[in-house]
Design a protein around this ligand. Structure first.
Ligand code: GA4
Length: 332
């Protein structure tokens, strides 16, 4: 007898697996060695004892919940998300969809104040939560990037971190709200989509992050998965006290392919709603991206041609979520 599997997601290979957890309070050279190893093997690790104050996280998370709990009509006032603002189901400009609501924020100080007005009932409370959170996670990202430079024996240890510390950095903040499965839309208008029942389980489809480094945090609900080998998805156990660190495409390029910008996705697989917040550390638009001289040798020449972040971003937004953009910049 042939039994149809109702979910292709469930039939994919899922492995129980220990992903690296790095204690930032351990001995510095050991920490930098472990971070480099994790970035080479997975492009992913968790950090604990990261130094981001609990109240900074709580204040930001409370503001995020408050926003997503608003009535739909009010949330729409903060949309559409091109390229910043509130979005629901539609991701990017080329037809990608997921079971997710989100808010994208430009995080330069002037933008934060402007954006807060359409997002929150108390804009000054919201903008101060965002500023404090951004400052803290940017600090964490810079610390990790400096540890990476040390671990790679690159003498200019701020070669990566100064890009996201730059006042013109194109970094952004993303809030995601994944509704619980049981709350799924059963309105007559959604009926016609039910011949694609599997899509309902994908909160945010498979992709790599285009920037340098992502600092991600979620509530205590699982759903994030990372791809370790072709077709093998590893669920990331939720830990609200830790941060997940994800290598982006630009860091893969700047390490001349030594690090891996890991593909990941989020499933809506719970009876509880999942909330996540991601800081994407990005270069300034006109920064020239290339690996430092120590990471390219006659034996291992530059694998990617130099490009600007503006150029890379344009390629990213012209493609689909799951498309690989880095390949377009390969030398061969
Ligand atoms: C993935 C990483 C970040 O969330 C993001 C996303 C962006 C968006 O949601 O607008 C993109 C996606 C992300 C990569 C491909 C393009 C752009 C949606 C999309 C289809 C904010 C980013 O920088 O790239």
């Amino acid at each position: 007898m042939v039994v149809a599997n109702p979910s292709p997601v469930r039939s994919e290979k899922i492995q129980v697996f220990d992903l690296p957890i790095i204690d930032l309070l351990a001995e510095r050279s050991e920490v930098s060695r472990l971070i480099v190893k994790a970035c080479e093997e997975y492009g992913f690790f968790k950090v604990i004892n990261h130094g981001v104050p609990k109240d900074v996280i709580t204040k930001m998370e409370d503001e995020s919940s408050e926003f997503f709990e608003k009535p739909a009509s009010e949330k729409q006032l903060a949309g559409p998300p091109n390229p910043y603002g509130y979005g629901r189901k539609n991701i990017g400009f080329n037809g990608d969809v997921g079971e997710v609501e989100y808010l994208l924020l430009d995080i330069n100080p002037v933008s934060i104040i402007q954006e807060s007005k359409s997002v929150a009932n108390d804009p000054s409370k919201f903008s101060s939560a965002v500023s404090c959170y951004v400052e803290a996670v940017r600090g964490l990202a810079c610390e990790i990037l400096e540890l990476i430079a040390e671990g790679l024996w690159v003498p200019d240890t701020s070669v990566f971190s100064r890009l996201i510390r730059d006042v013109d950095s194109d970094s952004l903040l993303r809030f995601n709200y994944y509704p619980p499965l049981k709350d799924r839309d059963t309105s007559p208008s959604s009926f016609h989509h039910h011949h694609h029942p599997h899509n309902n389980k994908i909160g945010f489809g498979e992709h790599s992050d285009p920037q340098i480094l992502t600092i991600l945090r979620s509530n205590d609900v699982g759903g994030l998965q990372i791809s370790v080998d072709d077709g093998v998805w590893v669920p990331v156990s939720p830990d609200p006290t830790a941060f997940c660190v994800i290598v982006g495409d630009v860091l893969q390029a700047m390490t001349n392919g030594r690090f891996l910008s890991v593909r990941h996705r989020a499933l809506v697989n719970s009876n509880k709603s999942r909330m996540s917040m991601a800081y994407f550390g990005a270069p300034p638009l006109h920064a020239r991206i290339t690996s430092p001289p120590e990471l390219a040798t006659p034996q291992k020449p530059h694998f990617y041609r130099p490009f600007t972040w503006a150029e890379y971003k344009k390629a990213t937004y012209s493609l689909r979520l799951g498309d690989s953009r880095l390949n377009l910049f390969r030398v061969q």
